[in-house]
Design a protein around this ligand. Structure first.
Ligand code: NAP
Length: 472
């Protein structure tokens, strides 16, 4: 059962304000209210942008930005239990996964602090051309300007950290809109940044009407970059409307992985765990497993019992592996996709007495089934028998998505071939493609996005290179 009830005002221009309207935040597991937040809208968004633009008129030196980031990392460590519990309460994320997320957010802040201290341009070798003789040139990395950040529900802490920590490292002020279902962790981070000494205006956190706040972020010319993580329709729509801004998109996937007949031991265990963590509500949750024919029988025999052994239940309990989906609409949609599939349901496919969707394994669905070509974002994995690595790669590449993919094999040639031919932003070898460490360059190609996150890469996106040429 959820135990925490949190009340938070909106954090605008360095002040915690009431807005006259409140939104309840409820547990996706029990439906009980776990928090109440002040609902922000267009007025608060404008005020936040005014304050952000004002704040950036007095840049914070890199050492000060780094110190703030390090202090937030330390607070995340000190308040680990509270942070993990809050993630679990508002997102319905099992404590096991919520603890991992809370620790990863520390890592994100720590790496962002390193980037703040390293931020520098480079010397241009001017005498490499006749035109440059007698001149000295170098670049400065300048903050891009006020950043509008929009984050999804599924990693309510660490994906907010991936927005606001690199922005501060880059010297940018941020106006953040967290997901309405899970705003509490973002507001807690704002509290930590304030306590760490962030001056007013550098961060505002506005939970409320997505279109109202989104429209202000798109229309205000002082917002020069929008960094968005969420679904493709919203993300690409924002990019179209914000033609003059830098718009960085981290979007969905229908994550494939190939299991070769020489796959090392442990593939089934890794894949069973990574298909169902947070009930599949991760953009890189394993969704499509392509198994080479000689390995099919042994893989299925090992994999299905592992899935059936996962503990489904209350996310507040430390032993739970799989909790609820974010809301009833999501559950009904996934149940419909399961009902529509032409494949054979080998496990799950139904709900528990508490209404939780059981981890579901579908064998050999048609490649046109939604579970094969769209992002399920639920506890469903498909197993497909294939005759060759060629076929597996072709099927893995057959959707519009391209975030991460994986292969399990003992043959370095197959691994390297997959790395070259899988059309994804990242390829894992002998690890589930759900793997992410926060310093990695992480992001997609095709419909999955147009950028890379990880503090070093996000800082690059949030700074402009300014050339300085000096006549000697
Ligand atoms: P979503 O519905 O697109 O929402 C994401 C954010 O966009 C929320 O804050 C939402 O606000 C906001 N939003 C919605 N409509 C908007 C508009 N018109 N203007 C501005 N903002 C708007 O996505 P989600 O359901 O939260 O997250 C799931 C999706 O995110 C999946 O597709 C998943 O794969 C993807 N994802 C990708 C990554 C990655 O790194 N590539 C990581 C995690 C998740 P409200 O909540 O108020 O509607």
């Amino acid at each position: 059962m959820a135990t925490t009830v949190t009340e938070r005002k909106a954090f605008v221009a360095g002040e915690w304000i009431e807005t006259g309207e409140w939104i309840d935040v409820s547990s996706p597991y029990s439906g009980e209210i776990v928090g109440r937040i002040a609902k922000a809208g267009a007025d608060e968004a404008r005020r936040a942008i005014d304050a952000a633009a004002q704040a950036m008129c007095e840049p914070l030196p890199a050492h000060q930005r780094a110190e703030i980031l390090v202090k937030v990392a330390a607070q995340l460590g000190r308040r680990h239990d509270e942070v993990a519990r809050l993630i679990s309460d508002e997102a319905g994320k099992p404590m096991k996964a919520a603890r991992v997320e809370a620790r990863r957010a520390m890592s994100t802040y720590t790496f962002a602090a390193v980037e703040a201290r390293k931020l520098a341009g480079e010397v241009v070798p001017m005498d490499a051309s006749q035109a440059g003789e007698g001149k000295f040139a170098f670049t400065l990395r300048m903050p891009i300007g006020v950043v509008g950040a929009i984050s999804p529900f599924n990693f309510p802490l660490n994906l907010v950290a991936h927005k606001i920590a690199p922005a501060l490292a880059a010297g940018c002020a941020v106006v953040l809109k967290p997901a309405s279902a899970t705003p509490l962790s973002a507001l807690l981070l704002a509290e930590m940044e304030e306590e760490a000494g962030l001056p007013p205006g550098w961060l505002s956190v506005l939970a409320g009407s997505a279109s109202e706040i989104g429209d202000v972020l798109v229309e205000d010319e002082r917002v020069t970059a929008i960094t968005f993580t969420g679904s493709g329709d919203v993300g690409w729509g924002l990019r179209e409307r914000a033609a003059h801004k830098r718009v960085s998109l981290e979007l969905g996937n229908a994550t494939p992985v190939i299991v070769c007949d020489d796959a090392p031991d442990g593939a089934a265990t890794k894949l069973a765990a990574n298909s169902f963590s947070f009930a599949g509500q991760s953009c890189i949750s394993v969704q499509r497993i392509y198994v080479l024919a000689p390995a099919w029988d042994s893989f299925v025999t090992e994999f299905v019992p592992l899935v059936e052994a996962l503990r489904v239940g209350d996310p507040a309990e430390e032993e739970t592996d799989v909790g609820p989906l974010i809301d009833e609409d999501a559950r009904e949609r996934v149940l419909e996709w399961i009902a529509e599939t032409t494949g054979e349901v080998l496990a799950g496919g139904d709900t528990t007495t508490e209404g939780l969707l059981r981890p579901t394994v579908i064998a050999n669905p048609s490649s046109d089934d939604k579970v094969s070509c769209d992002e399920v974002f639920g506890p469903v994995v498909t197993l497909t028998k294939v005759e060759s690595l060629d076929e597996a790669i072709e099927l893995a590449n057959s959707t519009r998505f391209g975030l991460q993919a994986g292969i399990f094999t003992a043959d370095i040639r197959c691994a390297l071939r997959a790395a070259r031919e899988l059309e994804f932003g990242g390829v894992t070898v002998n690890e589930a493609p759900t793997f992410r460490a926060d310093q990695m360059p992480y992001g997609g190609v095709k419909a999955s996005g147009n950028t890379r996150e990880g503090p070093a890469y996000a800082v690059r996106e949030l700074t402009e290179e300014r050339l300085v040429v000096v006549e000697l």
